[in-house]
Design a protein around this ligand. Structure first.
Ligand code: C2E
Ligand code: MG
Ligand code: MG
Ligand code: MG
Length: 280
């Protein structure tokens, strides 16, 4: 038996595993520091009306300016934050920062439409997330009506009823709700009726192939038709080419977001482009 345990222990200290957990510890330590030392920042990507091109909203996306590694994308550090239990702290920072930015733009008369903020599945697992969000908005003098919360279908797997109740409280409190990455998750269509959502965002994987792939085109058409019949706004993510935009316009997709229009950008860049074009 001792031999077996020894074997297992050997497995534990296998080189790859060891260096992997060391990397994880290092990243964990650095993420703590990142949140405390202001190494995180948000970039903002416009969402535009398909037929007029007018700005309808901006999506806040988190970035980590690492002192040695440069800018790190969320897909690299959010899973680590999740794993080491830093997600709550990180997302609180995101929500606070986005609401402060929205309040500042409100004050300065910069038109941005809605400020869209992503919430992870683990955020939605917190028992009082609606109260937390409402409190953060009040603290930062940001009306809930300025904020659109983007959620994904993942939460449906755990404790959906509790989450749905909280989402209804947020909706009643004035927030808008969008279902992000639509088509990639569990997409239990029956849940769509129970959720107080305003918008569906079609995942970029379907947009990527829309020009050449008949299947993607049919899925996009079906999602748009369904969204409209439910009275929801529909946004396409990841629009990179004129041809994709043209097809989406033909299919009467309401809003477009993607590199064809703008990349996610820093506050200063956004203000340079949009601060003077507002009418109010
Ligand atoms: P998402 O919410 O679906 O955000 C859209 C992603 O698509 C962003 O990636 C954006 O930069 C990228 N994108 C926009 N236009 C195009 C395009 O034309 N082509 C392509 N190929 N990509 C485009 P990003 O910023 O790397 O974020 C990735 C994901 O990380 C997000 O997907 C979201 O799920 C998550 N995320 C980002 N910021 C936050 C945050 O503050 N909180 C939480 N909980 N999640 C976040
Ligand atoms: Mg999103
Ligand atoms: Mg998305
Ligand atoms: Mg995504």
């Amino acid at each position: 038996q001792a031999k077996e345990a020894g074997k297992n222990r050997c497995f534990f200290f296998h080189e790859d595993t060891d260096s992997m957990s060391r990397d994880m510890l290092k990243t964990e330590y650095q993420l703590h520091r990142a949140i405390q030392e202001n190494e995180l920042h948000l970039v903002y990507q416009p969402q535009v009306d398909t037929s007029t091109g007018q700005l309808q909203g901006v999506e806040a996306l988190v970035r980590w300016s690492h002192p040695e590694r440069g800018e790190i994308l969320p897909e690299e550090f959010l899973p680590v934050a999740e794993k080491v239990g830093l997600m709550a702290e990180l997302e609180n920072w995101v929500v606070r920062t986005a609401s402060q930015q929205a309040a500042a733009w409100n004050h300065d008369g910069v038109q941005y439409g809605k400020m869209a903020v992503n919430l992870s599945g683990s955020f939605l697992k917190r028992p009082d997330f609606a109260t937390d969000l409402i409190t953060i908005m009040a603290e930062n003098n940001c009306p809930a009506g300025c904020i659109e919360l983007e959620i994904t279908e993942g939460f449906i797997l755990h404790g959906a009823n509790q989450v749905i109740r909280e989402l209804h409280r947020l909706k009643a409190g004035g927030f808008s709700l969008a279902m992000d990455d639509f088509g990639t998750g569990y997409s239990s269509l029956s849940y769509l009726r129970k959720l107080p959502i305003d918008k569906l965002k079609i995942d970029k994987q379907f947009i990527k192939d829309i020009v050449d792939d008949d299947g993607s085109q049919k899925i996009v058409s079906a999602v748009i038709a369904m969204a409209k019949s439910l009275g929801l706004t529909v946004t396409a993510e990841g629009v990179e080419t004129r041809m994709q935009a043209e097809i989406l316009r033909f299919k009467e997709c309401d809003q477009l977001q993607g590199f064809l229009f703008e990349r996610p950008m820093a506050v200063s860049e956004f203000e340079r482009l949009y601060a003077s074009t507002g009418t109010g």
